[in-house]
Design a protein around this ligand. Structure first.
Ligand code: BES
Ligand code: MN
Ligand code: ZN
Length: 497
């Protein structure tokens, strides 16, 4: 497969989606209705009589999570009616609509109509544009399929999906929702691709393509340049691999003020654990250990394409963590770019090492706010499960900004305490820091380690996506595999500034 081909985005919106103010049911062969409980009294909804009859028999058809498909014999042939429940309007949120739209998208793809009408009363009755955005996001993201390595794609949908919306002034909103989805899909693709393809150099090339396309400044540091900058921590992680580590920086200047927000991502293209090698079971999943890097690059892609008025730098700290005769050993002591020494307890605690030099670099590049995002620990799964990402931070406001942005984008965050007492655990007897403090509070100590490399005066937050970067099951707008978490939140956060 040609790299060129692999990189073509599945631009679902341009190919398949239209938003229209005319409801031309006659010409459609599929009608998808996202149904609230209140719609039982809403005569404007398509197939009102049918839905009323169905609801008389079973009120549950509008429950959130329910989805029904009915084939009717119509004048022009057969017509499929898809009904997806949203629940009652009092509990309705854009996130519920996004999830139901994801389910609906897969039913639409299955029904294979030439023309599909999508009707959802919340989009029509709410001035709040978040519902229209969420509907579009659900439709695009829910029908995502990672099929680059399949000889035959399962999703051969070729029809037009027409979303009914009275507000056609919303074209900016539609365009932005589309750019966001495109960028989330860009991120999902990068995360889903295997470690033999996605190496640090590959990410550098992808970043370069983004820079060329959207006119961003692009800097790629290899081993020699990192040695000059004394980035011993990043180099220590990469030196067991035949693949050269890369520190990638993209800069988007959309504003004349001097404030820069830095988005820093962990880009371990494969995490074998190094000499502290991981057990065989599930090791292959560690190809997704670059999800943080993919998220910051996807986010800056969207931010640049939306032309938001802010200054953003995305820094991807990329290396492959491999065991070999040149690899870092447990017990080694290395020196990071800020001069702090690190005793390597486990070579499997490599994410915090690459991020140490990367967040330091972000500060040197003039960042006034730093957010790092990383598949840093397995411990975050024990602490928060697979739905919620953890935050460790030195700044209350920044945490609140992330949590609020997550509410809009449908991504969940929970802040963990960063007590000074916890810092004791990462002190070494023979060096400045330990790279691992064992199991207790593993998410917190991992985050605090990274914080040691950020200037104290700079607001900083660390996001641990170890439990949320991929999903085992297709559900709502998420499809088995990479979720693209972080892109939506970071873009929304920057919009809010
Ligand atoms: N990439 C892993 C974290 C991870 C593991 C994320 C499983 C998602 C699923 C990270 O580099 C790692 O190995 N962390 C260690 C840290 C420990 C050695 C302090 C972990 O979580 O066990
Ligand atoms: Mn590891
Ligand atoms: Zn890792």
């Amino acid at each position: 497969m040609m790299a060129e081909e692999i990189n073509e985005l599945n631009n679902f919106y341009n190919k398949h989606l239209a938003v229209d103010s005319v409801q031309s049911i006659e010409e459609t062969d599929v009608v998808a209705i996202l149904l609230t409980k209140e719609d039982y009294a809403n005569e404007e909804i398509p197939y009102f009589d049918l839905i009323k009859k169905l609801a008389d028999k079973d009120k549950k058809i509008s429950d959130f999570g329910n989805s029904t498909s009915i084939v009717l014999n119509s004048a022009s042939g057969f017509r499929t009616i898809i009904i997806a429940g949203l629940g009652g309007v009092e509990k309705l949120t854009p996130d519920i609509l996004r999830k139901a739209a994801g389910e609906t998208a897969r039913a639409i793809v299955k029904a294979k109509g030439e023309k599909t009408l999508v009707y959802s009363s919340p989009v029509i009755s709410n001035d709040d544009h978040f519902y229209l955005s969420a509907l579009i996001e659900g439709l695009i993201l829910g029908s995502y399929e990672f099929n680059e390595y399949k000889s035959e794609a399962a999703n051969d949908f070729d029809g037009i999906i027409q979303v009914y919306s009275k507000d056609l002034q919303a074209s900016d909103i539609i365009a932005e929702a589309n750019i966001l989805c495109e960028s989330i899909i860009w991120t999902r693709n990068l995360v889903n691709r295997p470690g033999n393809i996605v190496q640090p150099q590959y990410i550098a090339e992808e970043a370069h393509r983004i820079a060329d396309k959207f006119n961003l400044a692009c800097e790629i540091l290899g081993t020699e340049a990192m040695k000059e900058k004394k980035m011993g921590a990043l180099l220590a992680v990469g030196k067991g691999s035949a693949a050269e580590p890369k520190l990638i920086t993209l800069k988007y200047q959309g504003s004349n003020d001097s404030k820069w927000i830095a988005l820093v991502g962990k880009g371990i293209t494969f995490d074998s654990g190094g000499i502290s090698i991981k057990p065989e079971a599930g090791m292959g999943e560690m190809k997704d250990d670059m999800a943080g890097a993919a998220a910051v690059l996807g986010a800056i892609r969207a931010i640049a394409k939306m032309k938001l008025s802010c200054n953003v730098m995305a820094i991807a700290a990329c290396a492959e963590n491999m065991p070999s005769g040149t690899a870092t050993r447990p017990g080694d002591i290395i020196k990071a770019a800020n001069g702090k020494t690190i005793e390597v307890v486990s070579t499997d605690a490599e994410g915090r090492m690459v991020l140490a030099d990367a967040v330091w670099y972000a500060c040197r590049q003039g960042a006034s706010k730093v957010i790092d995002i990383a598949t840093l620990t397995g411990a975050v799964i024990i602490a928060l499960g697979n739905e919620t990402a953890a935050i460790v931070s030195n700044n209350d406001n920044l945490c609140q900004e992330i949590i609020s942005a997550g509410k809009v984008s449908g991504e969940k965050y929970w802040r963990l305490p960063s007590l000074p007492e916890c810092k004791e655990a990462i002190k070494s007897d023979i060096a400045d820091l330990l790279n691992s403090a064992g199991r207790a509070g593993g998410v917190i100590t991992g985050g605090l380690f990274i914080g040691e490399f950020v200037d104290e005066s700079i607001p900083w937050a660390h996001i641990d996506i170890g439990g949320t970067s991929t999903t085992q099951k297709t559900n709502g707008h998420l499809v088995k595999g990479a979720t693209g978490i972080g892109v939506g939140t970071l873009v929304q956060l920057v919009k809010g500034i």
